[in-house]
Design a protein around this ligand. Structure first.
Ligand SMILES: Cc1cc2nc3c(=O)[nH]c(=O)nc-3n(C[C@H](O)[C@H](O)[C@H](O)COP(=O)(O)OP(=O)(O)OC[C@H]3O[C@@H](n4cnc5c(N)ncnc54)[C@H](O)[C@@H]3O)c2cc1C
Length: 419
């Protein structure tokens, strides 16, 4: 059994697929070691266990809209694509989505998965409350207000280490429409000079580059349709020109696999992700890494990468730059800081990629870059610890909520020492 990318073989003794909440609770209570598996889209061993791997995909799907309170109750195993379509049918929307709709809501929130947008925090920022199965099989609900608020902010981005999320309540808003425009050949100088205006030019903006010598960027701008929006978009954007055909972020791939472009109006969930639910997202044969740096240091981070582009480009498929708003989750890479995400889709050759990760981390270390928990990185615990103000608080929470380390695995043991 492998993850989506095929680079991780799970060492689980059993894969369990409970069909009811009671069955899930009994399984957890009776297990010595257990991990939840979402849709397996992580690139490292974060989801692995030597015990029982539990998929929640067989639990009855729940999408219960509470329009008065602008909330939706969701069963944790659902994928964003399944949730978003139904929400839209009922006239509602989420604030943002990642680049793909294929991932589970619980798995994405557990790792601080994010999309793009100066005002858009991580997907977990939509979580108002969460229900977790505790080591003894009991249910515990944490809410962002009230008595459990402090623990809530330590738990939602919890890397699956504090319990198995069984239900979430997410903020919703009235459904909205969007347009997506793609531009080619944005110059490196323009990016360095006008990064803030470029990233603020739409609700969600992504820049893609191959870090070739004298880099150029593709720009994806996703705008919300408003009453004042005339639908037009500049044919030239900071010197970049409107793409003549539908683009895919990865060279050599067809734009048919991607969400609609050319400014055609469509629902939020068919524009916010880059990739369409009915196709394999990205390329499939790849590895990924991502580092988040504080927004004020974004220019320095881009220059640092440009300095080592000759190391990066040979093992790179594409690099994506996105903006992420600050949030309050202790382990979120955008905890209390607006951030620029520097994402890398690599060739599927770990031996060639890892030395480049070491070099990127060396370049970005002075900028306090935090790696995406679910992707590849080489930073060790002492370095990680220094990057998060609430690291020790999280370790205390671990000791309190999972004293027997039932939900732990090798990945987490290397990262955290419960106190
Ligand atoms: C093609 C591709 C594109 C991507 N794009 C983005 C992107 O745009 N932005 C971004 O930030 N990331 C992106 N990612 C990374 C991805 O969002 C994360 O790996 C995310 O965690 C995947 O969700 P999953 O359901 O597959 O989780 P899994 O990989 O299955 O699990 C991840 C973690 O979540 C835990 N978990 C899963 N379910 C539960 C549960 N019910 N309760 C408690 N813990 C649980 C697991 O134990 C594990 O620790 C991308 C990945 C791929 C493959």
């Amino acid at each position: 059994m492998r993850n989506w990318a095929g680079n991780v073989s799970f060492s689980a003794a059993r894969l369990c697929r409970p069909s009811s909440l009671d069955e899930l609770r009994t399984l957890v209570a009776g297990s010595r070691r257990v991990r939840a598996l979402g849709t397996g889209h992580s690139f490292n061993r974060i989801a692995d266990t030597t015990g029982d791997l539990i998929s929640l995909a067989g639990l009855p799907p729940v999408i219960e809209v509470d329009s008065a309170n602008r909330l939706v109750e969701v069963s944790a195993g659902l994928r964003y694509g399944e949730l978003a379509g139904e929400l839209h049918r009922q006239g509602f929307a989420l604030h943002n989505l990642g680049s793909l709709p294929h991932i589970s809501v619980a798995g994405a929130c557990a790792t601080a998965t994010h999309g793009s947008g100066d005002q858009n925090a991580t997907l977990a920022a939509a979580v108002a409350a969460v229900e977790m199965v505790t080591p003894d099989g009991e249910l515990r609900v944490l809410s962002r207000t009230g008595d459990t608020a402090a623990e809530f902010f330590g738990s939602v981005v919890g890397l699956g280490s504090l319990g198995i999320t069984s239900r979430l309540w997410l903020d919703i808003e009235p459904a909205y429409s969007m347009r997506q425009h793609v531009y080619d050949n944005l110059g490196h100088d323009q990016v360095l000079e006008h990064l803030d205006q470029i990233l603020a030019s739409a609700y969600s903006v992504s820049l893609f580059t191959g870090w070739q010598p004298d880099p150029v960027y593709q720009v994806w701008r996703k705008r919300r349709v408003t009453a004042e929006d005339d639908g037009g978009a500049e044919p030239v954007f900071f010197g970049a020109t409107a793409a003549p055909v539908a683009r895919h972020p990865l060279p050599g791939m067809t734009g048919d696999n991607c969400t609609e472009q050319f400014g055609r109006i469509g629902p939020w969930h068919e524009r916010l992700p880059h990739f369409r639910m009915e196709f394999i997202p990205s390329r499939g044969e790849e590895l990924q890494s991502e580092y988040l740096v504080p927004r004020p240091l974004a220019g320095q981070a881009i220059q640092a990468l440009a300095r080592i582009s000759d190391r990066v480009a040979p093992v790179l498929q594409v690099c994506e730059l996105r903006s992420i708003a600050a949030d309050e989750f202790w382990l979120s890479p955008s905890y209390r800081r607006d951030s620029l995400g520097l994402h890398f889709t690599w060739i599927p050759d770990a031996a060639a990629v890892v030395p480049v990760l070491v070099e990127i981390e060396r370049q970005l270390a002075p900028l306090e870059s935090r790696p995406h928990w679910a992707k590849l990185y080489t930073l060790q615990t002492p370095a990680l610890r220094g990057l998060y103000d609430r690291y020790a608080d999280f370790e205390r929470l671990l000791a309190l909520r999972d004293p027997g380390r039932k939900f732990s695995n090798q990945f987490l043991e290397q990262c955290f020492t419960p106190r």
